[in-house]
Each structure stands twice: as structure tokens, then as C-alpha cells.
Ligand binder design. Structure first.
Ligand code: IPE
Ligand code: IPE
Ligand code: MG
Length: 245
């Protein structure tokens, strides 16, 4: 089509298998438009739909998005409520559309602290989308990396105390298998929108060797074109994992 920009995407063999995104900047996006913060969260939620479909279409295997951290419960009650209501609405849509969208959707994070209604929808979505093989999406909801590691430590300690596990047999693999992401490939590329250069307790263990892409773009404005550029940048990285090759 005339005027259409050429994609900057590299050869698919160079794509990250697993992209993780810290979707930050919704509040600032709204404030700049003199809108309530909740309007920024709605716009952010729309953008998540767009980006997740795009990742599926170009062949990304897994996408993990940070939707709500354990620490986000510190926010004013009305903002927390607005975020939970948005998630609930998204799940209603997902229950109707997911199988046909061919998206496998799962959640990482603590169930404790979430409402029974939301948990029930999360479980239904998980069941419905189990057989989909288009892309696997993890939504990190009530997720904190330290909290996840504490739970893993507690679980291993219980197994050791009961004699089920010899502490000497604890390896990186045993610990990984206690995380919410058990059995999943670690993120290769972590993207943070919204200008901050920090992890804010996201996938602390899993991101040990991830490439980190930080952008000033606020999450509701993060486009598929910018995702292409992030993937292109990723494809030029030399990942040594401590080696000298
Ligand atoms: C990210 O946007 C969404 C959540 C943390 C739930 P923010 O709400 O943190 O937006 P800013 O950082 O205040 O702009
Ligand atoms: C990280 O953003 C959490 C999510 C995007 C869900 P925050 O806005 O909560 O992070 P901080 O507080 O700036 O570190
Ligand atoms: Mg923020």
C-alpha cells in the first residue's frame, strides 16, 4: 500500500521466544490529557489487546505482561478497584473470544488478595484456552518477584523438613520449578515503557540474562512499530551468558 512503512522486523529465527513487558505510564498518559488515571488504565488495557494479538500474529511464543504488582495494592482504593474492574471486563471478553483468538492465557501471582469472582473468571479462562497454541500469554496479577521467591523458599523448606527433599539436592532447576513460571522459557527480552529504568519487582529470577529495553513511550502509546524496533534491537544483541564467544 502507498505510504505504508516497511517493517523493521528481523528474520523470525532471531525473534525473542519470550517477551515480558512492564506496561508503565498509564497514569501519566491520562494526566497529560487532563483525564482521570482510570482513563489511562482503560487505554492501557486496549493497547494490551492490540499488542498481544500482534505478538501472536508475528509468531512470538510467549508474552508476559505486568498488569498489577503486589505493591500496587498500596494505591488509593478507587484506583485499585478500577484496575480490578478492568481486569474483570477483560476476562469476560476473553471467556467469549479466546478459543477463537487462539490465545492460551494464564496468570502468575498470588491468588490470595484477589476476589473470589475474579479468581473464578481466571480459572475459567485458563480452562477454555488450555488447548490454544497460537501464543501463550501470562498476565502477572498481584505478582511480586520477591514474594514469588519467598513462596518458593517456603515450599522447598517444607519438602526438606518432611524428608521429601534433601537440601543438598536443591539446584537452580528445583527452585525454578517452584516459581509461577515453572516449566517456561525465561524471558529473552524485557520491555519497560514509561521512562523509568527499574524492574519494580518483576521476574527477578527469570530475567537474570534478559535483554532490557527501556523506552520513554507511555504504555497506551506503545505501538506495534515500536515493538518491531525493540525486536530488531534485540536481534542485534550478542548474548554471551558469561562466556567469551
Ligand atoms: C502502569 O501505569 C499500570 C499499573 C501499575 C497498574 P501506572 O499507573 O503506574 O502509570 P504511571 O506510572 O503513574 O504513569
Ligand atoms: C510497575 O509499575 C507495575 C506495573 C506496571 C503493573 P509501577 O508504576 O507500579 O512501578 P513503580 O512504582 O514506578 O516502581
Ligand atoms: Mg507507574
Amino acid at each position: 500500500m502507498f505510504g505504508r512503512k516497511k517493517s523493521v522486523l528481523p528474520d523470525p529465527s532471531l525473534f525473542p521466544k519470550h517477551i515480558a513487558v512492564i506496561m508503565d505510564g498509564n497514569g501519566r498518559w491520562a494526566t497529560r490529557r487532563a483525564l482521570p488515571r482510570s482513563a489511562g488504565h482503560s487505554a492501557g488495557s486496549e493497547n494490551f489487546r492490540k499488542i498481544s494479538r500482534y505478538c501472536r500474529d508475528i509468531g512470538i511464543e510467549r508474552l508476559t505482561v505486568y498488569a498489577f504488582s503486589t505493591e500496587n495494592f498500596k494505591r488509593p482504593a478507587d484506583e485499585v478497584e478500577a484496575l480490578m474492574a478492568l481486569m474483570s471486563r477483560y476476562l469476560d471478553e476473553a471467556i467469549a473470544d479466546l478459543a477463537h483468538e487462539n490465545v492460551r492465557l494464564g496468570f502468575i501471582g498470588q491468588r490470595e488478595g484477589l476476589s473470589a469472582e475474579l479468581l473464578e473468571k481466571m480459572d475459567r479462562v485458563g480452562d477454555i484456552s488450555k488447548g490454544c497454541d497460537g501464543i501463550s500469554v501470562n498476565i502477572a496479577l498481584n505478582y511480586g518477584g520477591r514474594d514469588e521467591l519467598v513462596s518458593a523458599a517456603r515450599s522447598l523448606a517444607k519438602k526438606a523438613a518432611s524428608g521429601e527433599l534433601d537440601p543438598e539436592d536443591i539446584t537452580e532447576d528445583t527452585l525454578s520449578s517452584e516459581l509461577f513460571t515453572a516449566g517456561q522459557h525465561d524471558p529473552d527480552l524485557v520491555i519497560r515503557t514509561g521512562a523509568e529504568k527499574r524492574l519494580s519487582n518483576f521476574l527477578l529470577w527469570q530475567s537474570a540474562y534478559a535483554e532490557l529495553y527501556f523506552t520513554d513511550t507511555l504504555w497506551p502509546d506503545f505501538s506495534t512499530g515500536e515493538l518491531d524496533r525493540a525486536i530488531a534491537w534485540f536481534s542485534t544483541r550478542k548474548r554471551r551468558f558469561g562466556d567469551v564467544k
